[in-house]
Design a protein around this ligand. Structure first.
Ligand SMILES: *Cc1c(COP(=O)(O)O)cnc(C)c1O
Length: 367
């Protein structure tokens, strides 16, 4: 493991952030930030530090450093601004009842970023470098990690083509940056069941595209469909495949599962869905609990006969679906406290909180 002693540079690369949400920086790192922990949503809040490192020709990222959170300088001709050469990740740091802080499978985010970087012609940080950067960012912003049970510190790694380029080509320099923000519920409705709208005209991904990696280019093109769905009272959009418009794929930022009897089904990942770490973990948990899991093509019509449908993602957790609207028909699902997704989620949370044995080494303690 690389040396973890990155300096909290007193020569900040950006002026200290001046948001009112920031408590005086002279306060101890142990002192909790001045925020209302009981009403956390998913709004951006400036925290204290961000981790930054760069690489150029050799493709090797230098030892990064923690800078004050703030604006970064980019050339107007930066690759990311002109040609969308960028990837993001999302992971969370959780505080346990005893105050210790943990990450959940951060090396999976590192590997996913490496796969994405290869697809987008970018160099990527090593797994150790990535995990170290995530840990340092969480630690430097420790006072922003919500108290036990109140949420988590969402950690957002970015990999961008920061070097200037005019003709269409990979950027000459890359920046790996990690910032963080305390979060509670992802959806405004809190933990209420999701109401999804099946979108048939706008597609998120197609074979051969970049839908299977967390490329920044996958998101703006579906904003319009999502905005429309929200304006009509839905929580989010469920996308279908671009070729047949017949198979379900995923929701804007989470994966989807169907339950029928003791079989759990989820769309197979063939480059058009983002393979979530939560998805992967729920599959393992379901297998552990004795359920059958199928990764396969799932027709929209199967939604009509499912016992239960739910979504998974780092940001949303495991969220039950209350209804799905398809071609003007609304399919409703019974929501109950003993439904399977709640069982799976409580096992996942139990592992994260340390009350269920972490047999697969999913949990990484910080410090
Ligand atoms: C990030 C993301 C997910 C969920 O992935 P997790 O690793 O579980 O957080 C699902 N779909 C899309 C499109 C995503 O961007």
């Amino acid at each position: 493991m690389a040396s973890s002693q990155s300096t909290l540079s007193p020569l900040f690369s950006a002026p200290p952030a001046t948001s009112l949400q920031i408590a005086p920086t002279t306060s101890s790192d142990e002192e909790s930030a001045y925020i209302d922990w009981d009403n956390l949503g998913f709004q951006l809040m400036q925290t204290d530090y961000m981790y930054v490192t760069k690489c150029s020709d050799d493709g090797i990222f230098r030892q990064g450093q923690l800078n004050r959170y703030g604006n970064i300088q980019l050339s107007p001709s930066a690759g990311v601004l002109n040609y969308g050469q960028g990837l993001f990740e999302g992971t969370k740091a959780y505080r346990r009842e005893d105050g210790r802080v943990f990450l959940f499978r951060p090396e999976q985010n590192a590997i996913r970023m490496q796969i994405g970087a290869e697809r987008m012609c970018m160099p990527s940080p090593s797994t150790d470098q990535f995990v170290e950067a995530v840990k340092q960012t969480a630690l430097a912003n420790k006072r922003w990690i919500p108290p036990f049970g109140k949420g988590a510190l969402y950690i957002r790694p970015l990999l961008i083509g920061s070097g200037p380029i005019l003709g269409f080509a990979p950027a000459p320099e890359y920046t790996f940056l990690v910032y963080a923000c305390p979060v509670g519920n992802y959806f405004k409705q809190g933990t209420a069941p999701l109401n999804l709208y099946v979108e048939e005209d706008v597609h998120r991904a197609s074979r051969g595209g970049a839908g299977g990696v967390k490329s920044i280019t996958n998101y703006a093109p579906v904003l319009k469909a999502m905005k429309n769905a929200k304006a009509n009272g839905y929580s989010d959009v469920l996308y279908v495949d671009a070729v047949n418009k017949k198979y379900i794929e995923e929701v804007s930022s989470c994966n989807i599962f169907l339950v029928k009897g003791n079989v759990l089904s989820t769309p197979i990942a063939k480059g058009t869905i983002l393979e979530g770490i939560t998805r992967k973990s729920i599959i393992d948990i379901a297998l552990d609990l004795g359920y059958t899991v199928e990764e396969r093509l799932i027709e929209v019509d199967e939604l009509f006969s499912a016992d239960e449908v739910f979504c998974t993602g780092t940001a949303v957790g495991v969220a039950p679906v209350g209804s799905i609207t398809y071609k003007g028909q609304r399919i409703e699902y019974k929501i109950s406290s003993d439904q399977l997704c709640k069982q799976f989620y409580s096992r996942l949370v139990g592992i994260q909180r340390g009350v269920i044995k972490d047999e697969r080494n999913w949990i990484v303690e910080i410090e």
